[in-house]
Design a protein. Structure first.
Length: 111
């Protein structure tokens, strides 16, 4: 992990990697709410439903009654991640760490 990544954001990457590895999904994601709680999820792909890991992790946080998000992380083989759901619920300027399957941070996107 890069030295400039906080311990809390590094934890999000670890949780996202674990969620992805458990199911061998395309992506894993984790979000931290405004109270410091974390929610991790993986991509859900069924015949008629496709949810990105970030969409599902955010939905889990929302369904728990949180008022906002502080940060997120996505582990993916893709070059980019769709952060629209985090922007919609969490607002502008939230950091979203994008990492590869080994947990190496590619970049940090801000909503």
């Amino acid at each position: 992990m890069p030295a400039d990544l906080s311990d809390e954001d590094a934890k999000l990457v670890t949780l996202a990697r674990a969620a992805r590895a458990r199911t061998r999904a395309a992506e894993g994601a984790a979000v931290r709410d405004s109270d410091g709680r974390t929610y991790a999820a993986c991509t859900v792909q069924l015949d008629t439903v496709l949810l990105s890991a970030l969409q599902l992790a955010t939905a889990m946080a929302v369904s728990s009654g949180v008022k906002g998000l502080e940060a997120a992380a996505v582990v993916t083989d893709a070059d980019t991640a769709d952060v629209e759901v985090v922007r919609y619920f969490g607002g502008a300027a939230l950091p979203v760490v994008v990492a590869d399957g080994n947990g190496e941070v590619r970049h940090v996107v801000h909503t």
